[in-house]
Every structure is written in C-alpha cells, then in structure tokens.
Design a protein around this ligand. Structure first.
Ligand code: SAH
Ligand code: SF4
Length: 349
C-alpha cells in the first residue's frame, strides 16, 4: 500500500523521509508544497530531486475526498457530497462539507465524523448514527477540495468551522492533527481566530482542548436553559449535565482576545421563551461568553422553527443583560446544507 501523505504532520513527514534515507528537510519541503502551496501532484514538486519524485510517485499518494455531487444554494453556498476511501478497517464513507462565500470572506464547514453518535433529537445527522471517524487527512482534505473548487474567485479571508457531521471532540487526535496543520504558519496558515470547533459538550474533550498550545476557538452547543429540557433533546446531558459542563467552561483557559461561544438552537415552543432567555443569562454569568442563536432549520423531525418575534425577544433579553447575542440564520437551507441538515440527502440541484 502506498503511504498517504495528506494528514501527516511536519514531524511525521520528516520522519518518513529520514526512514527513506533522505535528509529530513525533504519532508519539510513536501509538507510546505502540500499545505502552503496546495500542490497535490508530486510531479509538480520540482524542488525535489527527480529520483525522489519517482519514488514518491510509486510509494506515496495524496488522496483528496472525491466530489460525488455539488448542491448549489440560491444564497451562493455549495454543499459537497464527498466520497471517502476505505479506512484501515475497510470502511468507505461519504460526508458533506459546505462552502459559504461572502463579500469579504469565505467559510468552509467541515465534517469530523461520518454520521454522529451523540443523538441530539433535533439534528438530522443523528439519524445516521456513527458510521466512522474521519482521518486527519480526510478532515484536512475537505478544506482543500473547497479551496481548489473555488480557486478562481477572489481570495478573501478563509474561516473554517468544525460544524458539519460529527462530534469533533469524540474524534480527538485526528481532529487535532488536522487543526495543527490548518493553524501552522508553515502549513495552511489559518489564524486561530478564524477557526472554530463546535462541541455538543464533551467535558473531558473540552478540558483536554484547554491544554493544547495550538487550538481553535471553542463553541459549545448549549441549546437548553435547564437540565430537564436539555435531557429531553440531548441525551449527552445525562453524562455531562449543565453544572458539570458550565464548570468546565468557567475553567477553560480563554486567550486574551477570546470569548467562549455558546450556540443555542431555538426550537419553537420548546426552549424559546423569555424565561429561557433569563435562565441562559444566569447560566452564563461568570463566563466570558457570547451566544449565537440559531433558529431551528426544518427537516423531517418533530420540531418547529421559532416565531421571528420570539427570536428577537430572546436576543433582546440577552443583550440587555450584557450578554452579547447574535442571530445566525443558517445558509443553504434549500439544499439541505444548513446546521443539522447534513444527512447525505439528495436534493434537486
Ligand atoms: N456536533 C457538534 C458540531 C456539529 S452541529 C455540535 O453539536 O456542536 C453544529 C451546530 O448545529 C450545533 O450547535 C447544533 O446544535 C446545531 N444544529 C443541529 N441541528 C440543527 C437544526 N436542525 N437547526 C439548527 N441548528 C442545528
Ligand atoms: Fe452530533 Fe452535533 Fe448533530 Fe448533536 S448536533 S447529533 S453532536 S452533529
């Protein structure tokens, strides 16, 4: 089997090249060519000796996810249905990534697992169950697919959000390896201020993330104002209830420029009352926080979107109490690309 180069850290590529009897800096050159220059064809790495290129062509490979379908939204976002090759256990998979262009920036939403085991009742991805974890190369490859596809356009600031299929903190090492490469100034060189990992609230993962030297911003899916409510829609709350979760959030070592983001999916008639808003304010006191309110995106699940007035009222209560809050209308609803709609669905396009 040829060695997969995508998803290997700079240190791993150095070690690989040393094992091949080459100087270690050849590994660094390959790392730079792949991530900083986005050259995925070894033949174009002309700063390497021809003999090494020939050996790499025979013994190594660079595998990007294969685009099965593109779904283009009226709002300009594109959902990619991607085929992944078999992993070490022989399991192929498909996942989704979403590209969202804006005037001055572009955002790429990545999957970290195929499906998800967390089972939030309002989320369509949950219906898939966990199919398998993605490798670091498969996570990183989604960024490259989106960037390559949209290479012709202008080059605005790129944001990356780990908010596609899967719970990133339940696939910790591959996610951190991919993030290490995305955030490495010698790699893809994204700023940590422009990369966000979203978690359903896996407390040991949050604690571990806090110890990392290189880490993205953190967003926590709160989604409820009481344990009873959260138990009813997020079974993970029985394992890590609000008290435990918010303790971990209070202890989380924020950098000077950073706020902890809390996502709150508004489910009409369920968690969207003024009392809920006031409880959220109390829950998040003592955390340097901001809240993204996400009106529930409709799908074949027994919930309903909130009334626009309750969304506005909810936001008003939070901001009046000094808690910054923003309403996030998800993009790509017409192509099932919005938050919680990623379930490999074949819409018309
Ligand atoms: N698994 C991680 C990241 C992926 S989900 C997490 O749960 O945080 C990204 C966000 O989409 C989460 O905040 C989740 O609560 C939200 N979400 C899920 N289903 C949704 C839906 N149908 N409408 C709106 N947001 C949804
Ligand atoms: Fe998984 Fe996030 Fe969906 Fe919950 S909301 S099922 S954690 S992807």
């Amino acid at each position: 089997m040829p060695t997969e180069l995508l998803g290997q850290s700079a240190a791993e590529l150095r070690a690989l090249l040393t094992a091949w009897g080459e100087p270690g800096y050849r590994g660094a050159q390959i790392y730079h060519a792949l991530h900083a220059e986005r050259r995925f064809d070894v033949a174009t790495m002309t700063n390497l000796p021809a003999a090494l290129r020939a050996r790499m062509a025979a013994e190594a490979r660079v595998t990007l996810p294969r685009i099965l379908r593109r779904f283009e939204s009226r709002d300009g976002s594109i959902r990619y249905l991607l085929a992944l090759e078999s992993d070490a256990d022989g399991r192929p998979a498909s996942v989704e990534a979403v590209f969202m262009p804006e005037e001055n920036r572009q955002t790429i939403c990545l999957s970290t697992q195929a499906g998800c085991a967390v089972d939030c009742h309002f989320c369509l991805t949950a219906q898939l169950g966990l199919i398998r974890n993605l490798t670091a190369g498969e996570i990183l490859g989604q960024v490259f697919v989106a960037l390559e596809e949209n290479r012709a356009g202008p080059k605005p600031q790129t944001n990356v959000v780990l908010m596609g299929q899967g719970e990133p903190l339940l696939n910790y090492e591959p996610v951190m390896t991919a993030l290490g490469i995305l955030l490495d100034p010698n790699g893809v060189a994204l700023s940590p201020k422009r990369v966000t990992l979203s978690t359903s609230g896996i407390v040991p993962g949050i604690e571990r993330l806090g110890t990392e030297k290189v880490r993205p911003k953190l967003a926590v899916s709160l989604n409820a104002s009481t344990d009873e409510q959260r138990d009813a829609i997020m079974p993970i709350n029985r394992k890590y209830p609000l008290g435990t979760l918010l303790d971990a959030c209070r202890r989380y070592p924020l950098r000077p420029w950073e706020r902890l983001t809390f996502e709150y999916v508004l489910l009409g008639g369920f968690n969207d009352t003024p009392d809920d808003a006031r409880r959220v304010v109390r829950l998040l006191s003592n955390v340097r926080a901001k809240v993204n309110l996400i009106p529930w995106n409709p799908c074949e699940l027994p919930y309903r979107p909130p009334a626009p007035e309750s969304v506005e009222e909810f936001r008003r209560i939070l901001t009046e109490k000094g808690l910054p809050a923003f309403i996030r209308f998800s993009r790509g609803q017409d192509i099932m690309a919005a938050c919680g709609q990623l379930a490999l669905i074949e819409t018309q396009s």
